[in-house]
Ligand binder design. Structure first.
Ligand code: B3K
Ligand code: ZN
Length: 859
């Protein structure tokens, strides 16, 4: 397997200013004629040939400057064509088989329609081409095909012409005036209907907006359309970015490897991130639709107008675009709650990456399969890194930096370094040392200690960036920490400071404190680090009740619980200490339940117990069995201790009628949370309430919440409601996905047995990624299932990887990281996990995707 290295980057020998593609469409066979105009690239060493990438392609014919030629040769899957002049025209014909394309990369069929996915290297599965992001071309696309099968024909840019052909065929021609790399190419052909609307841009241009879906799905597209318009307006107002084509199309596809794709003017979406109505989608689904619509739309500037020079720069577009979609969602909904959710995602998905065998910097140095680097590190930590620049610069200066970046690099394939330089020049930051955030992997650990003498409190900070694969030694990084000190007697807070810890150790003095104040640190999660400090429980209880920074308040609550649980799990508490710890948590949680000043969405955040994965992260070597038992016992204790508060909360929330606003969705959120606590302490009562909530529900949030609780209980209601849910929503794939996921993610002791049975259900298939994830990813992130003491969960995931790899390697490889955590797990389980990785590694014919992830996980 070939390793690609960032330092080996070379510009391509040829420019490809224009591409014309002609598609003769068919589900079984599609014939592709590609015409490329070529000119030597003066900025690259002279080449006597051109390398055109291919993947599972055979050339049907090759013409150079109008003549059929046979002097080409193959180098592996690539096609090498000799070129002696300074400018040439190439015409290459290929044939592809969309219906057989189970990898869902390139051109493939999805329930009777044709669609494409080209990022990162899918275009080379359609035609031979220099399939690299620094080759920018304008595209003209002609599609022809059977009119009844493919009434709608879409590609990038603007539609230019269409007409009827022979034998019931028709054709359409699209032209995209903006030069783009091949990964942004898209084509869709199928029987689709559109929700159509329009948007007037800041300069008064009218843009036609269409969201294409299958006939019956039209009533569920309203939220996506509203979100699109809100995104377009927000990007104008916040980043000064205006849309640049006459039409913006979105197509929803049910077989899709990830969330969505930002192809120029033709975004292709997983149906999961388009379709939503209250009957079938939860509040979280609504938020996810808005977030992904915004994300893909924002890529039109951060990704498309300015693209990436090579795939090592992926975070240039992804980190920045994630930050942009996060800021949009903070603006659209609850700022505080969105920030907390994003930190929770980072901790659940990215921190484990940073502390495991797959750790890599946000700008990686090497890869074998680029698909494996679409990670929480590149995306979410990448967003945090840019957010730190914004925090240090302030909003206004940050905007100057981003304006300069877009201005300077419009139409270019840029690098992370270009972005950083634009931020230095435009925002006036000195980012010399800050660049380490791009090159060093690992979550920095910051030690904080507050001392007090006389009238002064002193904060002592030190940092360690832990070693990661290939990076044994690290340099200290600049870590921007928002800090405030609270007078404990009065509850008053002093000024908020932004400290930048840029050395291994530093101390900061704060005058004007007669007694030791309470420390609120990393407010707003200003830096993606973990804070370690000796802190008294009273201080956390104080902050959990008084901190005016919502994230810090959440954090105090989390720290209080994490501290207690880790002590209990590691056996450091005697019975009296355990009782005292629990009582403090119950006290703090009770205060949250009763605090009339809190809105319910925020209250809901404060009620979330730290996840088992996050708890495991706090330990060098974790015992998932102990973590699960201790956390579960705490929940039961809290449910019992606060039973009347939870009941009162439940009753109040149950009276709030359905609406999509913050008040009503907050009520729904805490209602199900109350059920979850009650289920732990009084399962019979909870089953009764949940069954009632299920029956009375007039929306999916309530119904799914109730079923989630029931799925974990051993009650007859469990069977009844699961059956009812299936019958009620049979035929709606996205809701049936929930049905699978609720069972695979449940707290039920027989969950693995359930998963085994569900894998044989007629609705289960390995060929649909949403369905695969709904069963197996839900199980892989369900600690008591995945970490079953006998290793059955590990074996099941390994079996899945082996079965799925030949069908869809990209999705198969996504299941390797959970097994890769073995070094941080207690020895008995670790050995079973490692053995499963060895078993996968020993299988022949693994895809490059899976092979790389397994090798790195064992390495
Ligand atoms: N850029 C795409 C991701 C493509 C993943 C390819 N394996 C979606 C996004 O981040 O917006
Ligand atoms: Zn993206």
């Amino acid at each position: 397997p070939v390793t690609i290295r960032r330092e080996d980057y070379q510009p391509f020998g040829w420019l490809v200013p224009e591409v014309a593609l002609d598609f003769d469409l068919g589900l079984e066979t599609t014939r592709v004629t590609a015409r490329l105009t070529l000119a030597r690239n003066a900025k690259a060493p002279r080449a006597e040939a051109i390398r055109l990438n291919g993947d599972e392609l055979e050339p049907v014919s090759v013409k150079r400057d109008g003549e059929v030629v046979n002097d080409w040769h193959r180098d592996g899957a690539d096609l090498i064509v000799p070129l002696s002049g300074d400018a040439h025209a190439l015409e290459i014909v290929t044939e592809v088989a969309p219906a057989k394309n189970t990898k869902l990369m390139g051109l493939y069929a999805s329930s009777g329609m044709l669609c494409t996915q080209c990022e990162a290297e899918g275009f080379r599965r359609i035609t031979f081409f220099p399939d690299r992001p620094d080759v920018l071309s304008t595209y003209r696309v002609r599609m022809s095909g059977d009119k009844a099968t493919f009434p709608v024909l879409l590609s990038n840019g603007n539609p230019e012409a269409s007409g009827e052909g022979d034998n019931g065929t028709h054709w359409a021609e699209w032209h995209d005036p903006w030069p783009k790399p091949s990964y942004l190419f898209a084509l869709v052909a199928g029987d689709l209907v559109a929700n159509s609307s329009s948007f007037t841009t800041m300069s008064g241009r009218e843009v036609a907006l269409n969201i294409y879906v299958r006939e019956g799905d039209l009533p569920r597209t309203g939220h996506a359309m509203d979100s699109l318009k809100a995104s377009m307006r927000w990007d104008e107002e916040t980043f000064g970015r205006e849309y640049d084509l006459d039409v913006f199309n979105i197509v929803a596809v049910s077989d899709f490897n990830m969330g969505a794709m930002e192809n120029k003017g033709l975004n292709v979406f997983n149906t999961k991130y388009v379709l939503a109505d209250p009957e079938t989608a939860t509040d979280a689904d609504f938020d996810a639709v808005a977030g992904v619509i915004a994300h893909e739309y924002f890529h039109n500037w951060s990704g498309n107008r300015v693209t990436c020079r090579d795939w090592f720069q992926l975070s240039l577009k992804e980190g920045f675009t994630v930050l942009r979609d996060q800021l949009f969602s903070q603006y659209m909904g609850s700022d505080a709650v969105k920030r907390i959710e994003d930190v929770r995602v980072l901790r659940a998905a990215q921190f484990p990456e940073d502390s495991g065998p797959l750790a890599h910097p946000i700008r990686p140095d090497s890869y074998r399969e680029i698909s494996n680097f679409y990670t929480a590190t590149v995306y979410n930590k990448g967003a945090e890194v840019i957010r730190m620049m914004r925090t240090m610069a302030g909003e206004e200066a940050f905007r100057k930096g981003s304006d300069l970046y877009f201005d300077r690099h419009d139409g270019e394939a840029a690098t992370c370094e270009d972005f950083v330089r634009a931020m230095e020049d435009g925002a006036g930051l000195d980012l010399k040392q800050f660049r380490l955030w791009y090159s060093q992997a690992g979550t920095p650990k910051v030690r904080a200690q507050l001392t007090h003498e006389g009238n002064t409190a002193t904060l002592h900070l030190s940092q360690i960036v832990p070693p990661t694969p290939g990076q044994p030694e690290k340099q200290p990084m600049p870590i921007p920490l928002k800090v405030a000190l609270f007078d404990r007697a009065s509850g008053e807070r002093g000024e908020e400071h932004l400290l930048v810890l840029d050395k291994e150790e530093a101390s900061f003095a704060f005058a004007g404190f007669a007694a030791l104040p309470a420390l609120s640190i990393n407010r707003g999660f200003s830096a993606p680090v973990s804070i370690e400090r000796e802190v008294a429980r009273e201080e956390l209880v104080f902050l959990a009740a008084h901190d005016d920074d919502p994230f810090a308040r959440y954090e105090a609550m989390q720290d209080l619980i994490v501290g207690h649980l880790v002590d209990a799990i590691e056996g450091r508490l005697d019975e009296a200490q355990r009782a005292a710890g629990r009582a403090d948590i119950a006290g703090a949680l009770g205060a949250v339940l009763r605090d009339a000043a809190l809105d319910d969405l925020m209250r809901g955040e404060l009620l979330v117990l730290p996840g088992e994965g996050y708890l495991a992260e706090q330990q060098t070597v974790a015992d998932p069995g102990k973590i699960h038992a201790e956390r579960r016992a705490l929940r039961a204790y809290l449910g019992a201790q606060l039973a009347s508060d939870f009941t009162a909360l439940y009753e109040r929330a149950a009276k709030v009628p359905f609406a999509l606003d913050a008040e009503a969705s907050g009520a729904r959120k805490i209602k199900t949370q109350a059920l979850v606590y009650l289920a732990a302490s009084d399962p019979a009562r909870a089953a009764e309430l949940a069954a009632q909530q299920y029956d009375m529900a007039d929306n999916m949030t309530d119904r799914q919440g109730a079923l989630m609780v029931l799925a974990g209980l051993d009650s007859p209601e469990r069977t009844h409601k699961l059956l009812d849910f299936y019958n009620r929503y049979q035929g709606n794939a996205l809701v049936i996905d929930k049905w699978f996921a609720l069972q695979a993610g449940s707290l039920h002791p027989n969950v693995l047995e359930h998963v085994r049975a569900l894998a044989k259900h007629p609705d289960f298939t390995l060929s649909n990624p949403n369905r695969v994830r709904s069963l197996y990813m839900a199980m892989a992130v369900n600690p008591q299932a995945f970490h079953a003491a006998d290793g059955a969960g590990y074996a099941m995931i390994a079996d899945l990887i082996l079965a799925l790899d030949p069908i869809n390697p990209q999705t198969a490889a996504r299941f390797v990281p959970p097994l890769g955590r073995w070094r941080r797990i207690e020895p008995l389980r670790a050995e079973q996990m490692r053995a499963q990785l060895e078993r996968i590694a020993a299988a022949g014919n693994l895809s490059r995707d899976t092979q790389e992830q397994v090798a790195r996980s064992l390495g």
